[in-house]
Design a protein around this ligand. Structure first.
Ligand code: ASP
Length: 412
C-alpha cells in the first residue's frame, strides 16, 4: 500500500489531493475548518526551510556564478523581466477593469460585518531602508526575506572576492545547499496532505453567497491571471527561453498547486526552487538567485489585481479616473506588488497605497476582504509561476539552462 503510494509521481498525488480537497470541502461545509491544522502543519514545515534554504543556496549560488560581471548580467536581466512583465500585468488589469466594469451597478452598501481597514502604506524610503539587514541574525529569526537576500548576496560576493581563501567556506555552503535540498524533498512528501486540508477548508468556508455579488471581479481576477500564466509566460518560455512550454508547465505543477493552496509565495519558495532545479534544469546559482528575489518582488498576479481592483473601487464610488490617474496606478501598482510580502493577503494591504493616491475610498478594501483568499490563491499561483518563468528565461539567456532536463520533464 505504502509502496503503491510512493509509486505515483508526487505531482499526480498533489493534483489529486487538490481536487479531492475541493470536493470534500464543498460536501462538508464550514466543518472542514477542523482539518485546517493539517494544512497549517504543512505550511509551518515548508516555512521552516525558507531561511536556511535561501541562505545556503544563495551564497553557494553566487559563489558558483564565478565572477561579478556574470552576477550583474543575471541580476540585470531578471530585474528587467520583473519590471516589464509587471507593467504588462498592471495594464492588463486596467484594460479588463475598463472594458468589463466589474464595479458599476454595485450598491455602495458595505457587506455585513465588513471592517474598514486602517491604511498602512509603506513609503518608498521605508521600503529601501527595510532592505538593509541591521542584524543578520534578527533578519533570519524574523524570516525577513528581502534583507536576508541582501546579506546572502554580500556573503557570496565576499567569497568571490576572497578567491582561494574563500574556498573552504564556499564548500560549506555548497554542502549546506545540497543538504537543504534533501530536507526539502522529505518535507515535500507532506504536500498532498497539506494541499488536501487547505483546499477542503477554503471550499468549505467560503460559501457561494459571499462570492455571488462579486462574481464579476473574481472572474476577471481569474481570467487575468490565467492570461498572464498561459499567454505571457508561455510566450516568454517559447520565444525568449526557446524551450518547451509543455515541459515548463509540467515541471512547475507542484509549485502551482502549493502556491494555490497556501496563497503564499514565501511558503512555496522551497518547492519552486526544487521544481526549477530538478524539473526545469535551471542551474542552482541562477534559480536560487532569481527565485528567492522573485518570491518577494516579482508579483505579476498582485500587480494585475491592484490595477483591476482600483478601477472596481472607482466604479462603485463613481470616482472619475483620467489618463494621468491610469499612469499613476500603473506605477503604484508595480511598486505595491514589489513591496507586498509573499504572504497571504499582502496584496490587500497594498491597496491602500494605490487607492489613497487616486482618491478611491478605502472602504473598497472591505468589499473584497471577505473573499480575498479565493483571489489571492490565483494571484499567488501567477506570482510563483512568474518566478519560475523568469528564472528559466534568464538561465537560457546566460547558458545556465539544461534543456534536456526540461524536455524530459514528461516523466517527472
Ligand atoms: N499572497 C501573495 C503572494 O504570496 C501576495 C498577495 O497577496 O498578492 O504572492
Amino acid at each position: 500500500m505504502l509502496k503503491k503510494w510512493f509509486e505515483i509521481p508526487l505531482w499526480q498525488r498533489v493534483v489529486g489531493a487538490l481536487i479531492l480537497g475541493i470536493v470534500t470541502g464543498l460536501l462538508w461545509g464550514p466543518g472542514a475548518e477542523s482539518i485546517k491544522w493539517i494544512g497549517d502543519f504543512f505550511i509551518a514545515s515548508i516555512k521552516m526551510l525558507v531561511v536556511p534554504l535561501i541562505f545556503f543556496s544563495l551564497v553557494s549560488g553566487v559563489a558558483a556564478i564565478g565572477d561579478l560581471r556574470k552576477l550583474g548580467s543575471v541580476g540585470g536581466r531578471a530585474l528587467l523581466l520583473f519590471v516589464v512583465t509587471g507593467q504588462i500585468a498592471v495594464w492588463l488589469g486596467l484594460a479588463m477593469g475598463t472594458m468589463f466594469a466589474p464595479g458599476s451597478g454595485l450598491s455602495v452598501e458595505l457587506p455585513e460585518g465588513a471592517v474598514i481597514p486602517e491604511p498602512n502604506p509603506v513609503s518608498p524610503t521605508e521600503m529601501i531602508l527595510s532592505m538593509v539587514p541591521e542584524s543578520p541574525v534578527q533578519v533570519m529569526a524574523d524570516v525577513q526575506v528581502l534583507p536576508l537576500i541582501v546579506f546572502a548576496l554580500l556573503v557570496g560576493i565576499g567569497i568571490l572576492m576572497a578567491k582561494e581563501e574563500g574556498d573552504p567556506v564556499a564548500k560549506i555552503f555548497d554542502s549546506g545547499a545540497i543538504i537543504m535540498q534533501k530536507v526539502t524533498m522529505v518535507v515535500m512528501e507532506l504536500t498532498p496532505f497539506g494541499v488536501f486540508a487547505l483546499m477542503a477548508w477554503v471550499a468549505g468556508t467560503f460559501g457561494w453567497e459571499a462570492l455571488l455579488p462579486l462574481a464579476k471581479v473574481v472572474a476577471l481576477n481569474y481570467a487575468g491571471c490565467l492570461i498572464i500564466i498561459f499567454v505571457m509566460y508561455s510566450a516568454m518560455i517559447k520565444f525568449l527561453a526557446k524551450t518547451s512550454v509543455r515541459g515548463f508547465f509540467r515541471g512547475i505543477i507542484d509549485a502551482m498547486a502549493v502556491s494555490y493552496s497556501t496563497a503564499s509565495s514565501n511558503a512555496t519558495l522551497p518547492v519552486t526552487l526544487r521544481c526549477a532545479q530538478r524539473n526545469l534544469g535551471v542551474s542552482p546559482s541562477v534559480s536560487s538567485f532569481v527565485i528567492s528575489l522573485g518570491a518577494t518582488i516579482n508579483m505579476n498576479g498582485t500587480a494585475m489585481y491592484l490595477g483591476l481592483v482600483t478601477l472596481f473601487g472607482a466604479q462603485i464610488y463613481g470616482v472619475e479616473l483620467g489618463v494621468a490617474e491610469y499612469l499613476l496606478i500603473s506605477v503604484l501598482a508595480t511598486l505595491g506588488a514589489i513591496g507586498a510580502a509573499g504572504i497571504p493577503g499582502a496584496g490587500l494591504i497594498m491597496m491602500s497605497l494605490v487607492f489613497t493616491a487616486v482618491g478611491v475610498p478605502l472602504e473598497t478594501i472591505a468589499f473584497v476582504a471577505g473573499i480575498d483568499r479565493i483571489m489571492d490563491m490565483m494571484r499567488t499561483t501567477t506570482n510563483v509561476s512568474g518566478d519560475a518563468a523568469v528564472a528559466t528565461t534568464v538561465a537560457s539567456m546566460t547558458g545556465e539552462l539544461d534543456k534536456a532536463e526540461l524536455v524530459s520533464a514528461d516523466d517527472i
